[in-house]
Design a protein around this ligand. Structure first.
Ligand SMILES: Cc1ncc(COP(=O)(O)O)c(C=O)c1O
Length: 402
């Protein structure tokens, strides 16, 4: 019973979103999503799928299959796992963060013989750990390793992981949720079998669709496995067949999400992938220069850290929840909390996609400069913005995207 309640059009607060994702979506993407709905089997829609598949191939740098799974990044994760291994198979999961642990949970539910390779959070994994595990488990079917671990702010040598996996006769699947369009990724050159991403980070579209790339080797395996994957919805072969030349019907595609993804990928390609990676690097460098000037500690070593996401250690006595709430309430700035081993010890600052511009770097540094002394951590006035500005002179970034 709604007792005659009238619902006004929805409104939401305006935010500067500098968390681990989602990041802001460009208005051009949101406009595309308000175009009229057409059928998911309409030839005009097939044309759009064909175009988008080629565009995604450019972003993943692959001439093999590129398409999108309907669902969050975790849908891409589960689609890869359920499709590329079978119950009872040995699956090695490199684990150095929260999302690696999610892969382990999914794999256990899928009945795999899971071999977790747990290494230190906040450090890049040494490929020797994987090489040793593969010697111990020559029966391994699949190796899984995340490229950019958002919970730990680290980048990992997945080309080397893939090489080791193939040398041992296994396939290699990776997570590029935070790396796609934000830093170098070469699907074909690095010989990856499956990579899944999310629309909501460096691609600057809303959350809800997972762009993926699949090797011919991976697709052949799924086509020829003795039993089909236990999930029908997330069977990568069925999804690839809908996106392929015959457009064989599967579930109803999320039409508006696909419009949005097309627009976001188009904008990324217009900017140029290298220019986009450089924009992420430039703003991350400016942010770090400012944070260091505030005497804040960045726990991840320089050559192992991500540009898209920076971990900042909270000074003694600074309360995580209070700081983040104050940033949100007083400055409308969202930053991320620490997860797992980092809970309560750090904040995570994302500069991804549309959110990755100098104005946001300065907004956050100014807010921190004002707030930190209120938490008992004294900082010198004006130093953070000056340091960020000096860094941007050396390594400039465009002020706007699109
Ligand atoms: C590295 C990584 N993998 C997977 C995910 C899961 O993505 P989603 O929340 O879209 O399911 C995230 C989300 O932040 C992520 O950062």
């Amino acid at each position: 019973m709604n007792n005659g309640q009238r619902y006004e059009p929805l409104t939401v607060p305006r935010r500067v979103i500098l968390g681990p994702g989602p990041s802001s979506a460009n208005p051009r993407v949101l406009r595309a999503m308000s175009l009229p709905i057409i059928g998911y089997l309409d030839p005009a829609f097939f044309e759009l799928l064909d175009e988008l598949s080629g565009m995604l191939g450019e972003v993943f740098k692959t001439n093999q299959r590129a398409f999108a799974v309907a669902g969050a990044g975790s849908a891409g994760m589960e689609a890869g796992l359920v499709s590329l291994a079978q119950p009872g198979d040995t699956v090695i999961i490199c684990s150095y963060g929260y999302f690696c642990e999610r892969q382990i949970i999914m794999s256990e539910r899928l009945g795999f013989n899971v071999v977790p390779l747990r290494t230190e959070w906040g450090r890049s994994m040494d490929p020797h750990v994987l090489a040793d595990a593969l010697k111990e488990h020559p029966e391994t079917q699949l190796v899984v390793g995340i490229h950019a671990e958002t919970s730990a702010g680290t980048l990992h040598p997945i080309a080397e992981f893939a090489r080791l996996a193939h040398e041992a006769g296994a396939m290699f699947m990776t997570d590029v949720v935070t790396s796609l369009a934000g830093c170098e990724l070469e699907f074909d050159e690095w010989d990856l079998d499956f990579a899944y991403s999310g629309s909501q980070k460096c691609l600057a579209a809303p959350p809800g669709i997972s762009p993926v790339a699949l090797s011919e080797r991976g697709l052949d395996y799924i086509r020829n496995r003795p039993k089909p994957p236990t999930s029908w919805y997330l069977d990568l072969q069925l999804i690839a067949d809908y996106w392929g030349p015959d457009h064989i019907a599967h579930h109803t595609a999320p039409v508006s999400m696909i419009y949005g993804l097309r627009e976001a990928v188009g904008m990324a390609l217009n900017e140029g992938l290298s220019a986009r990676w450089e924009r992420h690097a430039a703003n991350a460098s400016a942010l770090r220069a400012g944070l260091r000037a505030l005497n804040l500690e960045l726990p991840v070593p320089e050559d192992e850290r991500l540009d898209q996401l920076t971990l900042v250690r909270l000074p003694k006595g600074v309360d995580d929840v209070k700081l983040r709430n104050q940033l949100l309430d007083e400055y409308s700035i969202e930053v991320g909390r620490g997860l797992g081993e980092f809970a309560g010890k750090i904040i995570r600052v994302g500069l991804m996609g549309e959110s990755c511009v100098p104005a946001n770097v300065f907004a956050l540094l100014n807010a921190l400069e004002k707030i930190l002394p209120e938490h008992g951590f004294e900082v010198a006035n004006g130093v953070a913005a000056a340091a960020a500005s000096a860094q941007l002179v050396k390594q400039p970034s465009p002020l706007f995207t699109g």
